[in-house]
Write a protein that binds this ligand. Sequence first.
Ligand SMILES: Cc1cc2nc3c(=O)[nH]c(=O)nc-3n(C[C@H](O)[C@H](O)[C@H](O)COP(=O)(O)OP(=O)(O)OC[C@H]3O[C@@H](n4cnc5c(N)ncnc54)[C@H](O)[C@@H]3O)c2cc1C
Length: 415
Amino acid sequence: MKQSPCVLVIGAGMVGTCCALYLQQAGHHVTLVDSGQPGSGASYGNAATFATYGCIPVNHPKLLSELPALMSGADQPLSISLPYVPRMLPWLIRFLCHCKRERVDHTIRALASLLAHAEDASLPLFRAAGAMDLIKRNGTMYLYSSEKALAAAKEDIERRRQHGVAITDLKAEQALELEPALAPVFAGGILYNDGFHLHDPQQMVSRLAKRFVADGGQLMQGEVKMIEALTSNRLNVRTQETDLQAQHVVIAAGAWSTQIASPLIEPLPLDTERGYHVMFPQDATLLTRPVGMADAGLYLSPLADGLRAAGTVELAGLHRPQNPRRLDYIERCVRRALPQAGQRGDTWLGFRPTLPDSLPVIGRSTRHSSLIYAFGHHHIGLTLGGITGRLVQQIIDDEAPVIDLTPYRPQRFND
Ligand SMILES: Cc1cc2nc3c(=O)[nH]c(=O)nc-3n(C[C@H](O)[C@H](O)[C@H](O)COP(=O)(O)OP(=O)(O)OC[C@H]3O[C@@H](n4cnc5c(N)ncnc54)[C@H](O)[C@@H]3O)c2cc1C
């Protein structure tokens, strides 16, 4: 019988919870620790799309020419907080260096190879958690506000097709036939035919965590402060309350992953692309599927508790409070697309974990082989949780991984 070493997973977001489940299924004794409730970080307030088409990164050749406009105001899909620029300059320079065509193509290939396994790796977990009722499969629409924006997107749409994504082109009137509540303010767009979304992403993570506990996993609340080596194959994890020992530790703490103190964590250039949501609680029935307002940088997603307008990118770190101008921008975009939208409800600020090449790190620490990284899933972590969990299990069990892990290895930042 296979030995069952202890694994401790830090972070019960979509990524950490899927890691815990895959490791548990492989026979490990797993503890999942989070400072809050499962799914209360970025996995809570996102746009809820299972974005298997999401292989095009934000740092893109076009970003360089658009940067001056983006620097000059909050009324843009991407905004940069000027006071934060000096702190994030090294990250920002690396992020912008990855706008070069050949680097972007590398990122697209590496994201596409994860995305190709996203459904196969996630759906069995969703099913085992009795959570298939949270899935609505009706495609995902992307609309562009002008002919110019649509034409500029053509190349990337083709790239997605080349990676096997099923896409139907939509004329403006076809989009309105599919979603009649939309105002005629779009030049056209596309339908990702196979796209689906979750009615309530936090509920999904919560059900996954319940399955994990029902199958004997240990879920703990606690903030991890420190990770230290005890021996060459044993680690000590210090929380505020207690010390926990494990043979393997997985860091899946999203945007906070490198905030944990440890000589075992090498310097990894993790920062955050902040994103927002604004709820319109009475308006979930206005749409039948998520509608991406592509050039506005946000989705309108019909969810269990209302219509959620979620997205945009703000580079301003982990500590600055919500920026009301970003929320007003989102509200204006919503009212333009859906003039009959009612009163605005709750708002939310979330922290996407992003490395400068827009690829996650999935691999062993170079400083201690018992420490495994699983973070940095930026705009598509809800989609990539399952495949990341499967890969982390394969790393820990020294099995051949389902895909080549080279693009995600932590050492790439020292190459
Ligand atoms: C506006 C917006 C829209 C998005 N839309 C989509 C979308 O439509 N589709 C998609 O696929 N992705 C989307 N994303 C991205 C997605 O939400 C994230 O990539 C994903 O949630 C990251 O999951 P995670 O588990 O890595 O991180 P998180 O969900 O943030 O989980 C990390 C967990 O670690 C815990 N933690 C942190 N530090 C510690 C510590 N020291 N000790 C213990 N616990 C700790 C936190 O409490 C948290 O629960 C969106 C993101 C945003 C912001």
